[in-house]
Each structure stands twice: as structure tokens, then as C-alpha cells.
Write a protein that binds this ligand. Structure first.
Ligand code: THU
Length: 132
């Protein structure tokens, strides 16, 4: 699937976000190697540390459905409307690399500029299985 199309799906997915605290909606769209798309949104908690980011929601949905191979992950937010990218947080980068160490991360705005970067360039020298 085209990256712009995947980013548009991520932008739509943010509208399901549960964000009473930050009021900042994030959406993700994860493309599998056989062309399926799993969406995610951020889900906050009154106990802030229990908040789940959009990227991890999408990944956990896909893993829990038995998916194994991922090719692209688009990340969008309310910043996409301002033609600004949304970068995965550190915890999400570590979770992404756990399941997809060669995935392309897509961000930016479906109506504007798109950035595409490999997870290895977002999280160099990452810690992984095999390191212990
Ligand atoms: N958030 C995400 O969903 N993904 C990220 O990669 C960055 C942060 C969410 C978590 C929280 O609900 C809100 O954005 C503000 O941090």
C-alpha cells in the first residue's frame, strides 16, 4: 500500500483516541506483509503511566491476532493537520523493533509532506534478544 494512503488511515484512527488528559490524539496504521492494516490510537489512564500509545495499540492488536511480518507503520496526530510529523516515543521504538527490525516508519501529513525512515535509523544500537 502507498505510504500516503496508510498515513491517511492513521490520521483517521486518531479519532478513536481516548485522551481526556493530554487532549492530543495520535493514530497509527500498521501494514502487514500480506497487505492487512491494523490501526491504533492512544488510550490514556488517570494513572498516567498506564497510558498506551497509538503505535503500541496497533502492534499489540496485530500480534494478538497472530500477525508476524510487518512492512510499514504510519504515525499521525493532531499535528498532521499542521503538516508536522509525529515521532514514535522511545518506548514505542523499542516495541516496534522487537517485532519488526526492518520496518519503514511513515509520518508527516497525508495532505502535505511525508517522511519515511527505517526503524534502524530511529533507534540505532538498540538492545534486543541475542544481547543477553
Ligand atoms: N503518544 C502516542 O500515542 N504516541 C507517541 O509516540 C507519542 C505520544 C501519546 C501518549 C499520550 O496519550 C499523548 O500522546 C501525549 O503524550
Amino acid at each position: 500500500m502507498d505510504s500516503r494512503e496508510l498515513l491517511k488511515i492513521a490520521e483517521e484512527a486518531r479519532f478513536n483516541a481516548y485522551v481526556p488528559y493530554s487532549k492530543f490524539r495520535v493514530g497509527a496504521a500498521l501494514l502487514t506483509s500480506d497487505g492487512k492494516v491494523y490501526t491504533g490510537c492512544n488510550i490514556e489512564s488517570a494513572s498516567f503511566g498506564a497510558t498506551n500509545c497509538a503505535e503500541r495499540t496497533a502492534i499489540f492488536k496485530a500480534i494478538s491476532e497472530g500477525e508476524k511480518k510487518f512492512v510499514k507503520l504510519a504515525v499521525a496526530s493532531d499535528n498532521s493537520d499542521k503538516n508536522q510529523p509525529t515521532w514514535p516515543c522511545g518506548i514505542c521504538r523499542q516495541v516496534i523493533v522487537e517485532f519488526a527490525d526492518d520496518i519503514q516508519i511513515i509520518t508527516g501529513s497525508s495532505k502535505g509532506d511525508i517522511i519515511e525512515i527505517n526503524i534502524k535509523d530511529l533507534l540505532p544500537h538498540y538492545f534486543a534478544k541475542g544481547d543477553f
